[in-house]
Design a protein around this ligand. Structure first.
Ligand code: NAD
Length: 262
Protein backbone atom coordinates (compact mmCIF):
# COMPACT_ATOMS: atom_id res chain seq x y z
CA UNK A 1 0.00 0.00 0.00
CA UNK A 2 2.78 2.39 1.09
CA UNK A 3 4.80 1.56 -2.02
CA UNK A 4 1.76 2.19 -4.22
CA UNK A 5 1.19 5.60 -2.64
CA UNK A 6 4.85 6.42 -3.09
CA UNK A 7 4.76 5.36 -6.74
CA UNK A 8 1.73 7.50 -7.48
CA UNK A 9 3.18 10.57 -5.77
CA UNK A 10 6.44 10.11 -7.70
CA UNK A 11 4.43 9.91 -10.90
CA UNK A 12 2.56 13.08 -9.96
CA UNK A 13 5.83 14.94 -9.30
CA UNK A 14 7.49 13.79 -12.54
CA UNK A 15 7.91 16.65 -15.07
CA UNK A 16 4.86 16.81 -17.28
CA UNK A 17 5.97 15.82 -20.76
CA UNK A 18 3.07 13.88 -22.22
CA UNK A 19 1.10 15.67 -24.94
CA UNK A 20 -2.13 14.77 -23.21
CA UNK A 21 -1.19 16.53 -19.99
CA UNK A 22 0.46 19.49 -21.68
CA UNK A 23 -2.69 19.94 -23.73
CA UNK A 24 -4.72 20.22 -20.56
CA UNK A 25 -2.41 22.59 -18.73
CA UNK A 26 -3.38 26.20 -18.49
CA UNK A 27 -1.54 29.30 -17.42
CA UNK A 28 -3.42 32.31 -16.07
CA UNK A 29 -0.80 34.61 -17.58
CA UNK A 30 -1.44 33.51 -21.17
CA UNK A 31 -2.35 36.31 -23.55
CA UNK A 32 -5.43 34.81 -25.16
CA UNK A 33 -8.28 37.22 -25.94
CA UNK A 34 -11.39 37.29 -23.80
CA UNK A 35 -14.16 35.23 -25.43
CA UNK A 36 -17.64 34.80 -24.04
CA UNK A 37 -19.78 31.86 -25.17
CA UNK A 38 -23.44 31.47 -24.17
CA UNK A 39 -25.44 28.25 -24.30
CA UNK A 40 -29.23 28.72 -24.39
CA UNK A 41 -30.88 25.51 -23.21
CA UNK A 42 -27.81 24.60 -21.15
CA UNK A 43 -29.57 22.31 -18.66
CA UNK A 44 -30.84 19.85 -21.29
CA UNK A 45 -29.58 16.59 -22.73
CA UNK A 46 -27.46 18.39 -25.32
CA UNK A 47 -26.73 21.53 -23.28
CA UNK A 48 -25.03 19.80 -20.35
CA UNK A 49 -22.40 17.74 -22.22
CA UNK A 50 -21.88 20.72 -24.53
CA UNK A 51 -21.16 22.91 -21.49
CA UNK A 52 -18.64 20.33 -20.30
CA UNK A 53 -16.88 20.26 -23.68
CA UNK A 54 -16.76 24.05 -23.92
CA UNK A 55 -15.38 24.33 -20.39
CA UNK A 56 -12.41 22.29 -21.63
CA UNK A 57 -11.74 24.73 -24.46
CA UNK A 58 -8.86 27.04 -23.51
CA UNK A 59 -9.98 29.69 -26.03
CA UNK A 60 -13.09 30.47 -23.97
CA UNK A 61 -12.73 32.88 -21.06
CA UNK A 62 -16.38 33.10 -20.02
CA UNK A 63 -19.09 30.46 -20.29
CA UNK A 64 -22.67 31.57 -19.79
CA UNK A 65 -25.19 28.79 -19.13
CA UNK A 66 -28.82 29.83 -19.62
CA UNK A 67 -32.02 27.79 -19.37
CA UNK A 68 -35.54 28.33 -18.13
CA UNK A 69 -34.66 26.17 -15.09
CA UNK A 70 -31.93 24.11 -13.38
CA UNK A 71 -28.91 26.08 -14.62
CA UNK A 72 -27.50 27.10 -11.21
CA UNK A 73 -26.76 23.44 -10.37
CA UNK A 74 -25.37 22.65 -13.82
CA UNK A 75 -23.20 25.78 -13.74
CA UNK A 76 -21.86 24.90 -10.27
CA UNK A 77 -20.85 21.41 -11.43
CA UNK A 78 -19.24 22.61 -14.66
CA UNK A 79 -17.43 25.46 -12.87
CA UNK A 80 -15.45 22.96 -10.77
CA UNK A 81 -13.48 21.82 -13.82
CA UNK A 82 -9.97 23.29 -13.58
CA UNK A 83 -9.82 25.12 -16.89
CA UNK A 84 -9.76 28.75 -17.98
CA UNK A 85 -13.42 29.67 -18.54
CA UNK A 86 -15.34 31.38 -15.74
CA UNK A 87 -18.80 29.79 -15.58
CA UNK A 88 -22.05 31.55 -14.70
CA UNK A 89 -25.56 30.07 -14.61
CA UNK A 90 -28.70 32.03 -15.51
CA UNK A 91 -32.25 30.73 -15.03
CA UNK A 92 -35.46 32.28 -16.27
CA UNK A 93 -36.30 34.95 -18.81
CA UNK A 94 -35.42 37.82 -16.50
CA UNK A 95 -31.77 36.67 -16.56
CA UNK A 96 -31.51 36.22 -20.33
CA UNK A 97 -30.14 39.73 -20.90
CA UNK A 98 -27.26 39.16 -18.51
CA UNK A 99 -26.61 35.72 -19.98
CA UNK A 100 -26.30 37.15 -23.49
CA UNK A 101 -24.62 40.47 -22.75
CA UNK A 102 -21.24 40.66 -24.53
CA UNK A 103 -21.40 37.15 -25.98
CA UNK A 104 -19.12 36.43 -28.94
CA UNK A 105 -20.75 33.07 -29.67
CA UNK A 106 -24.27 31.87 -28.83
CA UNK A 107 -25.18 28.18 -29.15
CA UNK A 108 -28.86 27.21 -29.05
CA UNK A 109 -29.94 23.70 -28.05
CA UNK A 110 -33.09 25.07 -26.35
CA UNK A 111 -36.41 23.41 -27.05
CA UNK A 112 -37.76 19.91 -27.07
CA UNK A 113 -36.44 16.83 -28.86
CA UNK A 114 -38.83 14.69 -30.95
CA UNK A 115 -40.70 12.22 -28.75
CA UNK A 116 -42.54 9.05 -29.85
CA UNK A 117 -45.80 9.96 -31.62
CA UNK A 118 -44.62 13.51 -32.28
CA UNK A 119 -44.46 14.70 -35.89
CA UNK A 120 -41.85 17.12 -37.19
CA UNK A 121 -44.69 19.64 -37.43
CA UNK A 122 -45.42 19.26 -33.70
CA UNK A 123 -41.74 19.78 -32.98
CA UNK A 124 -41.62 22.77 -35.28
CA UNK A 125 -44.58 24.47 -33.59
CA UNK A 126 -42.92 24.33 -30.16
CA UNK A 127 -39.30 25.01 -31.09
CA UNK A 128 -40.05 27.75 -33.64
CA UNK A 129 -41.54 29.94 -30.89
CA UNK A 130 -38.62 29.27 -28.54
CA UNK A 131 -36.02 30.02 -31.21
CA UNK A 132 -37.84 33.16 -32.31
CA UNK A 133 -37.89 34.67 -28.84
CA UNK A 134 -34.27 33.73 -28.10
CA UNK A 135 -33.08 35.19 -31.42
CA UNK A 136 -35.03 38.39 -30.77
CA UNK A 137 -33.04 38.76 -27.55
CA UNK A 138 -29.74 37.95 -29.33
CA UNK A 139 -30.44 40.67 -31.92
CA UNK A 140 -30.92 43.12 -29.07
CA UNK A 141 -28.21 42.20 -26.58
CA UNK A 142 -25.36 40.64 -28.61
CA UNK A 143 -26.10 41.48 -32.26
CA UNK A 144 -22.56 40.70 -33.44
CA UNK A 145 -22.39 37.20 -31.97
CA UNK A 146 -21.87 34.07 -34.07
CA UNK A 147 -25.05 32.03 -33.65
CA UNK A 148 -25.02 28.21 -33.81
CA UNK A 149 -28.46 26.62 -34.11
CA UNK A 150 -28.82 23.11 -32.72
CA UNK A 151 -32.59 23.14 -31.98
CA UNK A 152 -34.54 21.03 -34.45
CA UNK A 153 -35.84 21.10 -37.09
CA UNK A 154 -32.58 22.86 -38.04
CA UNK A 155 -33.76 23.21 -41.66
CA UNK A 156 -36.52 25.49 -40.33
CA UNK A 157 -35.03 27.03 -37.18
CA UNK A 158 -32.11 28.55 -39.11
CA UNK A 159 -34.46 30.40 -41.53
CA UNK A 160 -36.52 31.57 -38.53
CA UNK A 161 -33.38 32.99 -36.93
CA UNK A 162 -32.41 34.62 -40.24
CA UNK A 163 -35.81 36.33 -40.51
CA UNK A 164 -35.67 37.57 -36.91
CA UNK A 165 -32.19 39.04 -37.52
CA UNK A 166 -33.27 40.58 -40.85
CA UNK A 167 -36.22 42.28 -39.14
CA UNK A 168 -33.89 43.59 -36.46
CA UNK A 169 -31.36 44.77 -39.08
CA UNK A 170 -28.60 42.58 -37.62
CA UNK A 171 -28.52 39.68 -40.12
CA UNK A 172 -25.10 38.60 -41.35
CA UNK A 173 -25.12 35.32 -43.27
CA UNK A 174 -21.51 34.66 -42.23
CA UNK A 175 -22.56 34.57 -38.58
CA UNK A 176 -25.51 32.17 -38.56
CA UNK A 177 -24.89 28.41 -38.59
CA UNK A 178 -27.03 25.28 -38.46
CA UNK A 179 -25.20 22.63 -36.45
CA UNK A 180 -25.12 19.40 -38.49
CA UNK A 181 -21.86 17.85 -37.29
CA UNK A 182 -23.91 14.90 -36.07
CA UNK A 183 -24.63 13.87 -39.68
CA UNK A 184 -20.93 13.96 -40.51
CA UNK A 185 -19.85 11.80 -37.58
CA UNK A 186 -22.69 9.35 -38.22
CA UNK A 187 -21.87 9.11 -41.92
CA UNK A 188 -18.20 8.39 -41.14
CA UNK A 189 -19.02 5.83 -38.46
CA UNK A 190 -21.65 3.92 -40.46
CA UNK A 191 -19.58 4.01 -43.65
CA UNK A 192 -16.44 2.75 -41.86
CA UNK A 193 -18.48 -0.04 -40.26
CA UNK A 194 -20.01 -1.03 -43.57
CA UNK A 195 -16.83 -1.07 -45.62
CA UNK A 196 -14.74 -2.36 -42.69
CA UNK A 197 -11.98 0.26 -42.54
CA UNK A 198 -10.71 2.11 -39.44
CA UNK A 199 -13.06 5.03 -38.85
CA UNK A 200 -10.10 7.39 -38.31
CA UNK A 201 -9.13 6.87 -41.97
CA UNK A 202 -12.55 7.73 -43.34
CA UNK A 203 -13.62 11.09 -44.69
CA UNK A 204 -17.26 11.47 -45.70
CA UNK A 205 -18.27 15.13 -45.87
CA UNK A 206 -22.00 15.79 -45.68
CA UNK A 207 -23.71 18.68 -47.45
CA UNK A 208 -27.30 19.86 -47.57
CA UNK A 209 -29.64 20.11 -44.61
CA UNK A 210 -30.36 18.22 -41.40
CA UNK A 211 -33.50 16.18 -42.13
CA UNK A 212 -34.49 13.24 -44.31
CA UNK A 213 -33.28 13.37 -47.88
CA UNK A 214 -31.73 16.82 -47.45
CA UNK A 215 -28.78 15.11 -45.71
CA UNK A 216 -26.33 14.26 -48.49
CA UNK A 217 -23.19 12.28 -47.59
CA UNK A 218 -20.49 12.55 -50.27
CA UNK A 219 -18.94 9.08 -50.18
CA UNK A 220 -16.67 9.79 -53.14
CA UNK A 221 -14.56 12.10 -50.95
CA UNK A 222 -13.20 9.23 -48.92
CA UNK A 223 -9.40 9.52 -49.29
CA UNK A 224 -8.57 5.85 -49.05
CA UNK A 225 -10.47 3.87 -51.67
CA UNK A 226 -7.50 1.54 -52.14
CA UNK A 227 -8.25 -0.16 -48.83
CA UNK A 228 -11.82 -0.94 -49.80
CA UNK A 229 -13.17 -3.82 -51.75
CA UNK A 230 -16.07 -4.73 -54.01
CA UNK A 231 -19.26 -2.78 -53.53
CA UNK A 232 -17.62 -0.52 -50.99
CA UNK A 233 -15.04 0.77 -53.47
CA UNK A 234 -17.74 1.34 -56.04
CA UNK A 235 -19.77 3.40 -53.56
CA UNK A 236 -16.77 5.62 -52.95
CA UNK A 237 -16.48 6.51 -56.65
CA UNK A 238 -18.52 9.40 -57.90
CA UNK A 239 -21.62 10.99 -56.47
CA UNK A 240 -23.79 8.47 -54.56
CA UNK A 241 -26.82 9.49 -56.57
CA UNK A 242 -25.11 8.04 -59.62
CA UNK A 243 -23.68 4.94 -57.94
CA UNK A 244 -23.92 1.76 -59.98
CA UNK A 245 -26.83 -0.64 -59.35
CA UNK A 246 -24.67 -3.13 -57.43
CA UNK A 247 -23.92 -0.39 -54.89
CA UNK A 248 -27.54 0.30 -54.15
CA UNK A 249 -27.71 -1.96 -51.13
CA UNK A 250 -24.84 -0.34 -49.22
CA UNK A 251 -25.97 3.11 -50.31
CA UNK A 252 -29.54 2.44 -49.18
CA UNK A 253 -28.43 0.97 -45.82
CA UNK A 254 -26.21 3.91 -44.91
CA UNK A 255 -28.73 6.48 -46.11
CA UNK A 256 -31.63 4.92 -44.29
CA UNK A 257 -29.58 4.65 -41.10
CA UNK A 258 -28.67 8.35 -41.19
CA UNK A 259 -32.13 9.48 -42.26
CA UNK A 260 -34.10 7.37 -39.79
CA UNK A 261 -32.38 8.99 -36.82
CA UNK A 262 -32.06 12.55 -38.11
N1 NAD B 1 -28.60 19.66 -34.63
C1 NAD B 1 -28.36 18.46 -34.13
O1 NAD B 1 -27.53 17.71 -34.62
C2 NAD B 1 -29.11 18.00 -32.92
C3 NAD B 1 -28.69 16.87 -32.21
C4 NAD B 1 -29.38 16.49 -31.08
C5 NAD B 1 -30.47 17.23 -30.64
N2 NAD B 1 -30.87 18.32 -31.37
C6 NAD B 1 -32.01 19.14 -30.95
O2 NAD B 1 -31.61 19.90 -29.82
C7 NAD B 1 -32.75 20.24 -29.06
C8 NAD B 1 -32.51 19.90 -27.60
O3 NAD B 1 -32.39 18.51 -27.41
P1 NAD B 1 -32.17 17.93 -25.94
O4 NAD B 1 -32.05 16.47 -26.08
O5 NAD B 1 -31.08 18.68 -25.25
O6 NAD B 1 -33.58 18.28 -25.26
P2 NAD B 1 -33.87 18.48 -23.72
O7 NAD B 1 -35.34 18.51 -23.57
O8 NAD B 1 -33.08 17.52 -22.91
O9 NAD B 1 -33.27 19.93 -23.42
C9 NAD B 1 -33.82 21.10 -23.93
C10 NAD B 1 -33.56 22.19 -22.95
O10 NAD B 1 -34.08 23.40 -23.48
C11 NAD B 1 -34.64 24.11 -22.41
N3 NAD B 1 -35.57 25.14 -22.88
C12 NAD B 1 -36.85 25.00 -23.29
N4 NAD B 1 -37.37 26.21 -23.61
C13 NAD B 1 -36.37 27.12 -23.41
C14 NAD B 1 -36.29 28.52 -23.56
N5 NAD B 1 -37.31 29.25 -23.97
N6 NAD B 1 -35.11 29.11 -23.26
C15 NAD B 1 -34.06 28.38 -22.84
N7 NAD B 1 -34.08 27.06 -22.67
C16 NAD B 1 -35.23 26.43 -22.95
C17 NAD B 1 -35.29 23.06 -21.53
O11 NAD B 1 -35.52 23.55 -20.22
C18 NAD B 1 -34.27 21.95 -21.58
O12 NAD B 1 -33.31 22.05 -20.54
C19 NAD B 1 -33.90 19.47 -29.68
O13 NAD B 1 -34.63 20.32 -30.53
C20 NAD B 1 -33.22 18.37 -30.46
O14 NAD B 1 -34.00 17.88 -31.53
C21 NAD B 1 -30.20 18.71 -32.48
Amino acid sequence: MKAAVLRSSRAALRPCTSRHLVGRSYSSTESRPERKVAILGAAGGIGQPLALLLKLNPLISSLSLYDIANTPGVAADVSHINSRAQVAGYAGEEQLVEALDGSDVVIIPAGVPRKPGMTRDDLFKINAGIVKSLCTAIAKYCPNALVNMISNPVNSTVPIAAEVFKNAGTFDERKLFGVTTLDVVRAKTFYAGKVKVPVAEVNVPVVGGHAGITILPIFCHDPNPGSMTGNARAVSKGHPTYAKPQNKHIKRTIYSKIHSIS
